[in-house]
Design a protein around this ligand. Structure first.
Ligand code: NAP
Length: 281
């Protein structure tokens, strides 16, 4: 039976580490990290995420602001808002919550955030820095997963890692981080033979968005299973991308949904914002 990886506890630890550093930064350098989240319109999931981010930012001692333009805002207006934040020295992290309304080109907005303030790690410059192995803000979800692996004492070096999903925010950066940690990495998508690939995985990261797509019986005995999926079911409960009950009988470690990867994303956002502030010293 697999051991559960308690993302809630690890995330609390990360936030406590950030808080301690913020206190030191305030006392010794008079610097308070600042995070601004821009939430456009009334997407209900975005409202929940942004509330969580603001709460965490306040808890660790950041200055935090939420800007909430309505969904009539034009692309040019949003670009000039981002430009203002780029120039504001009190703001070290700028996060434009996705999704954006259809009339706005999200890629243009992401690219407009100064790479140093891109605490989501989505800017093409920061994606490139990850790709060439240079320090830069890392996408929070895969960054959090690397921390979870560290916490369970799992070294990916020489292991076969299989990442299911190739999005720019989870799958691709996850694959690059595991590669940087010397794993042998396979990235799967809709055209992959999932069952055959998953069966080889010493470490499996599922970031698909289809409830229980990965069957428990496919899991290699002893594998570490990281489930990024957050699928809202008709009964309101969250389900992962992995068939949890069966997978946990084969895996050595597994993340639950909820309470696994989810809390790490916000915690690593706090870490990225702190690092962005420190970089201005
Ligand atoms: P996404 O942009 O929709 O990408 C999904 C990926 O899964 C794509 O690469 C897609 O393949 C692949 N895929 C979809 N159906 C598949 C299938 N039947 N077989 C094989 N591959 C398939 O999703 P995302 O933004 O990466 O998010 C993935 C999941 O993670 C979602 O449930 C999301 O809610 C969750 N998530 C959680 C957190 C967190 O904090 N815990 C953060 C971000 C995302 P193609 O490229 O071939 O289309």
């Amino acid at each position: 039976m697999a051991q559960l990886i308690d993302g809630k506890a690890v995330a609390a630890r990360v936030r406590a580490e950030v808080k301690a550093e913020v206190e030191k930064l305030k006392a010794e350098r008079g610097l308070v990290p600042g995070l601004t989240v821009v939430r456009v319109g009334e997407d209900p999931a975005s409202k929940i995420y942004v509330t969580g981010k603001k709460k965490a930012a306040e808890e660790v001692g950041f200055n935090s602001w939420e800007l909430h333009p309505d969904d009539k805002i034009t692309q040019d207006e949003l670009l000039s808002l981002v430009d203002k934040l780029n120039k504001d020295p009190a703001v070290h992290g700028v996060l434009v919550q996705l999704p954006l309304p259809k009339h706005i080109d999200a890629e243009r907005i992401i690219s407009a955030v100064r790479p140093e303030k891109d605490v989501d790690g989505f800017h093409p410059m920061n994606a490139g820095m990850l790709s060439v192995g240079k320090p830069a803000p890392r996408p929070c979800t895969p960054f959090g997963i690397m921390r979870l692996l560290e916490e369970i004492g799992y070294d990916p070096a020489g292991k076969r890692a299989v990442v299911v999903g190739r999005s720019n925010i989870v799958g691709k950066p996850m694959a690059l981080m595991l590669l940087a940690a010397d794993a042998t990495v396979t990235v799967c998508h809709r055209k992959s033979n999932l069952e055959a690939e998953v069966a080889n995985a010493d470490i499996l990261v599922a970031a698909v968005g289809v409830p229980e797509l990965i069957k428990g019986e496919w899991i290699k005995p002893g594998a570490v299973v990281i489930d990024v999926g957050m699928n809202r079911m008709p009964d309101g409960k969250l389900k992962g991308d992995v068939e949890f009950e069966k997978a946990k009988e084969r895996a050595s470690f597994i993340t639950p949904v909820p309470g696994g990867v989810g809390p790490m994303t916000i915690a690593m956002l706090m870490r990225n914002t702190l690092e962005a502030a420190k970089a201005t010293l």
